[in-house]
Design a protein around this ligand. Structure first.
Ligand code: NAD
Ligand code: TDX
Length: 334
């Protein structure tokens, strides 16, 4: 199996959780993390791991010479690096085109040149959204219908991966996962933004009418699914990853408020996100039946408690970014 893997974006939220997962569960694997350390990347996320097994290369996935030289020593690339936040993509789409589209292209070319296995980490947002009263969920056959600059660049990157499989036979797989939560998530995202707002004595912020539904999965379950698909998935195939975690934003917010000792109505309604997707929902039957994968963090309340506890005990990790993040939101009326 794979002994030398490149993990792009391994200093971000999901990438760093994946690096921890592989370092713990598969100690015979050497990991080279390639990360540009944007505002969303923090080397501290992986600094506790043994340096003989986890090496950090600070660089850009759009740097063809660097990517080619790293790929020449690797047997697999697991591609997490991206500009990942919808609100940022609405304010300034350019970095999303560069990293998500050009960066994926650059990695695919290196994988092609060196015959390297390539796993592409993508999102359920490529399928657009569902109505609240629609019984349907996304499957691998759902047509692409992205709404935001972020999700359209992720959709474009998925298309490149499929084309490189069909045309050049690069050994690829793709996974499209639902909303992740857990430790190391940047405080611009919904759950950690609310937790950290409360921890600094501020108020929680809910977009629009709060009825939008997200399908939550613990990031550790995302990691185990990606590993299964990387090592046992069929080449050229797409697998949806989800854990039956559909919840309305207002219910998640009230759960956070209550668990942190606040009145469940003590929050601010703020300006809605332009083009805000209504509902995401994943049908992960292909992954569960074909690869036998199962989520283990199925108790959302317990996961939320652990996540709240993590942000409580890691104030030094998130506090430096808090003021800048909230200033940006304030300028957007959010
Ligand atoms: P994140 O924003 O927390 O981390 C992104 C990482 O990529 C950072 O470490 C950043 O420094 C790095 N990066 C950005 N541009 C780069 C570049 N040009 N070169 C090298 N490194 C670069 O993102 P995340 O939430 O961990 O998401 C990781 C992946 O998972 C993304 O591809 C995202 O689309 C996908 N995804 C996320 C979710 C979610 O709920 N967050 C759900 C499904 C899929
Ligand atoms: O303060 C907030 N208040 C609020 O109501 C924030 C930051 C968000 N929201 C809403 C918007 C969404 O309906 O909460 C929901 C979740 O928002 P985000 O955390 O920004 O996630 P989302 O836009 O759903 O996208 C996430 O999941 C899919 C990730 O950021 C993407 O990278 C991933 O592809």
């Amino acid at each position: 199996m794979f002994k030398r893997i490149i993990v792009t974006g391994g200093c971000g939220f999901i990438g760093s959780n994946f690096v921890h997962h592989v370092a713990r569960e598969h100690p015979d694997v050497h990991i080279t993390v390639l990360d540009k350390l944007t505002y969303a990347g923090n080397p501290e996320n992986i600094s506790d791991l043994p340096t003989d097994r986890v090496e950090l290369v600070v660089g850009d996935i759009c740097d063809a010479a660097l990517v080619d030289s790293l790929a020449s020593h690797a047997d697999a690339i697991v591609h997490f690096a991206a500009e990942s936040h919808n609100d940022n993509s609405i304010a300034d789409p350019r970095p999303f085109l560069e990293t998500n589209v050009e960066g994926t292209y650059t990695l695919l070319e290196a994988a092609r040149a060196h015959g390297v296995r390539f796993h592409h980490v993508s999102t359920d947002e490529v399928y657009g959204d569902l109505a609240l009263d629609d019984p349907a969920r996304f499957t691998e056959e759902t047509p692409y219908h992205p709404s935001s600059p972020y999700s359209s660049t992720k959709a474009a990157s998925d298309m490149l991966v499929r084309a490189w499989y069909r045309t050049y036979h690069v050994p690829v797989t793709i996974s499209n996962c639902s909303n992740n939560y857990g430790p190391y998530q940047h405080i611009e995202k919904f759950i950690p933004r609310q937790i950290t707002n409360l921890l600094i004595g501020g108020r929680a912020k809910l977009y629009g009418d709060g009825k939008n539904v997200r399908d939550w999965i613990h990031t550790e379950d995302h990691s185990s699914a990606v590993w299964e698909i990387l090592t046992r998935g069929r080449l050229g195939e797409t697998y949806l990853i989800g854990a039956d975690g559909e919840r309305a934003n207002i219910d998640v917010l009230r759960a956070i408020l209550e668990r942190m000792g606040h009145d469940p109505n003590d929050f601010d309604w703020v300006r809605d996100r332009p083009g805000h997707d209504r509902r995401y929902a994943i049908d992960a039957t292909k992954l569960t039946t074909e690869l036998g994968w199962r989520p283990t963090h199925t108790d959302f309340s317990a996961g939320l408690d652990d996540t709240i506890a993590w942000y409580r005990s890691h104030k030094a990790w998130w506090l430096p970014a808090k003021e800048e993040t909230e200033t940006r939101y304030l300028q957007q009326g959010q």
